[in-house]
Design a binder for this molecule. Structure first.
Ligand SMILES: [Zn+2]
Length: 46
């Protein structure tokens, strides 16, 4: 399991939405959280 840095939810790496940041994969519960992260990645703690 991975943690969605936007909402704090536990997400499954296999089914979640993914984004790459600093060469690292970041996982999200939904496209909405991914969009929020992509807009301002420095705002969220990984
Ligand atoms: Zn989320």
């Amino acid at each position: 399991m991975a943690k969605d840095p936007v909402c704090g939810m536990e997400v499954d790496e296999n089914t979640s939405v993914k984004s790459l940041f600093g060469g690292k994969a970041v996982y999200f519960c939904c496209p909405h959280c991914k969009a929020r992260f992509d807009k301002d990645p420095m705002k969220f703690k990984l």
